[in-house]
Design a protein around this ligand. Structure first.
Ligand code: SF4
Length: 602
């Protein structure tokens, strides 16, 4: 699938109808291998049935309608589009946006030539066809971060693309794997513009205006007031959470909302800030997304365990009951209630989503819901344990996913073809190594439990090495694998990948030259000393599990923070980890000159 076109809708049946009809009539979506994803953020509203009826009639391209009751807002439903999308590129438009002829063609041509992380916009054309707006300048005005701006480089559709600071989010495009995600705790209306662009830039991405990608937005609908809640408090809360995440100075935010646009007193702002700070540091911040109780909690048996749900009426055959009619409801429930924690499940959903075949070792309801949320082609659950109630539940909401259940110990079977493995319920180094070896065709591995038992260093019985020593050894033996994420919340989850696109980028050439020159000067000044073999091993073991370690095009290991080779260096003169004068730029190694050094290479 090349392109997903997604819209979040809240009661706006008219807007959605005309936006989609325009796409279907004038853009030949099938030609772009496109699919349509609609997230209805008010599935109990007056127009929900009309929307469902209309979307079900679309047949020339795959079209899905996903209800999302909570959280209501502009962030969560649009984030969900990226989570469920199957297209390589995802275009998200408001439910009342029309796109100019040939814009999609130009977009995909540009996208194919720009594989780097980017958010792509196009000029918004005014109703009078005289004015257009190419970007947002990141300036505070009237309660909003960003004001419309016009760059003459966007005046004609045939002009080349150019970089912009930000843009209104009525239409935006991002490669699915590069989407940085809105703040997971955002709710209500607004606060995303400039934040999401800055977030991507902090990760090395760019923001473009593609002049051919022109669009029109219906700003005013005389028949309908804004249907969703648009509260100042929500918006300011979103901005505070985002400023905290971006590590920006909160004072400009406070000045704006207490002086320039005084909707809060300084004391109210401070109280809101304290609340956001507390929520941000909560171990399960996603739980805070849900403002109403999660649906249908599972029954609890008298002994305190979760009971197998059974039918309580009908033929009396006591078949397992399906609790959730929609996959996203089930996944929301698991995120709020699973002992694995929301962060773990979100990580699975994030890294498994581009992988057509998933193998879930020691599968549970929670990992199954997370895996299925990525809409894989095939989901294989391997576990000795009875899947109890969740297999029928999974089957009921699996969509087009083909499902297989193998009742077996995942260490003792081998599933020949898979793209990503999810491993839970393993605590020993030799077991995790064994599993990585037998499922090696997988290019990603999501290992759960890497914070348990001595921070992942010990097995559960305390008698042997745990998961982290196993992963360290795997990476040292297979340096093309890198750690792309380590989440310390809950039981901990570590994601390893051998996909080249997952590797962190090294800094630009000039910065690397400057860093290297400085390192050489320090090395010479220190008497060209090298560390001992023990210290080298210690350093390389730390780098092995660092998410800033990367592998260059030449297949050699580098630190992505400074760009230096870890070993070997230029012409074999030694790498960062070998030179005694060097330290880790993130302070993960012992301070330089604190070990025993030798003038020989270790
Ligand atoms: S030098 Fe430090 S930051 Fe770089 S890869 Fe090693 S541990 Fe990570």
């Amino acid at each position: 699938m090349k392109l997903t076109i997604g819209m979040a809708v809240y009661d706006d049946y008219d807007g959605l109808f005309f936006s989609l009809e325009s796409l279907r009539l004038y853009h030949a979506l099938g030609r772009y291998q496109a699919e349509i994803v609609i997230v209805d953020n008010h599935p109990d509203g007056d127009y929900a049935d009309d929307i469902k009826h209309y979307v079900s009639a679309i047949h020339e391209v795959p079209a899905r309608l996903i209800p999302l009751r909570e959280p209501v807002g502009t962030s969560a439903p649009r984030d969900l589009i990226f989570r469920v999308a199957q297209g390589e590129w995802v275009m998200v438009i408001d439910s009342h946006v029309l796109i100019a002829p040939k814009a999609l063609e130009a977009l995909l041509a540009f996208a194919d030539e720009h594989p780097e992380p980017a958010i792509i916009h196009g000029p918004l054309v005014a109703y009078d066809r005289k004015a257009l707006w190419t970007h947002f300048d990141p300036i505070w005005r009237d309660g909003m971060w960003g004001i419309w701006g016009t760059d003459p480089r966007g005046a004609e559709a045939h002009l080349p693309p150019f970089e912009i600071p930000a843009m209104g989010l009525g239409l935006f495009v991002c490669r699915r794997q590069h989407w940085p995600g809105f703040h997971p705790m955002a709710r209500g209306f607004g606060g995303e513009e400039c934040y999401i662009h800055e977030k991507l830039r902090q990760r090395g991405g760019r923001v473009y205006c593609l002049p051919a990608l022109r669009w029109v937005h219906r700003f005013h609908n005389p028949r309908r007031a804004t249907a969703y809640p648009n509260l100042w408090r929500d918006r300011i809360r979103n901005y505070i959470l985002e400023y905290i995440e971006l590590n920006r100075d909160l004072q400009e935010l406070k000045d704006h909302f207490t002086v320039e646009k005084p909707v809060l007193t300084p004391a109210e702002f401070d109280a809101l800030y304290e609340q956001c700070r507390a929520e941000s540091s909560s171990p399960t911040p996603l739980a805070a997304m849900t403002t109403t109780p999660p649906p249908l909690p599972l029954p609890t048996a008298p002994d305190g365990t979760t009971a197998l749900p059974t039918t309580d009426s009908g033929c009396g055959c006591r078949k397992p009951r399906v609790h959730f009619q929609e996959l996203n409801e089930w996944f929301t429930f698991e995120r709020a209630h699973s002992t694995l924690g929301a962060a773990t499940l979100e990580t699975i959903a994030e890294f498994a989503r581009e992988c057509p075949i998933l193998v879930d070792c020691n599968a549970t309801a929670a990992t199954a819901a997370a895996c299925l949320s990525t809409a894989p082609q095939r989901y294989v659950a391997i576990s000795d344990a009875d899947p109890r109630w969740w297999w029928p539940q999974a089957t009921a909401v699996r969509g087009h996913t083909e499902m297989t259940y193998l009742k077996a110990d995942p260490r003792k079977v081998r599933f020949p073809q898979c793209d990503c493995i999810i491993v839970a319920g393993i605590d020993r180094a030799d077991d995790v190594l064994h599993i990585l070896r037998i499922y090696a065709p997988a290019r990603r591995a999501i290992i759960i439990g890497t914070q348990l038992h001595g921070g992942g260093e010990m097995s559960a019985d305390g008698r042997g090495p745990g998961l982290l020593p196993g992963l360290r050894l795997w990476v040292r033996r297979n340096p093309q694998w890198v750690v792309v994420r380590h989440v310390a919340d809950g039981p901990g989850v570590t994601v390893l990948s051998a996909v080249p696109d997952d590797r962190p980028n090294v800094p630009g050439a000039w910065r690397m030259v400057a860093t290297f020159a400085k390192a050489v000067a320090q090395h010479v000044a220190s008497g060209a000393q090298y560390v001992t073999r023990d210290i080298l091993e210690e350093r390389l073991n730390i780098c092995a599990l660092c998410d800033r370690r990367t592998v260059g095009e030449d297949g050699r290991e580098r630190c992505s923070v400074c760009g230096c080779y870890l070993t070997g260096g230029v012409a074999g003169a030694g790498g960062k980890a070998e030179w005694a004068s060097q330290d880790c730029p993130l302070g993960k190694w012992p301070a330089p000159n604190s070990g025993v050094h030798t003038s020989e290479k270790a």
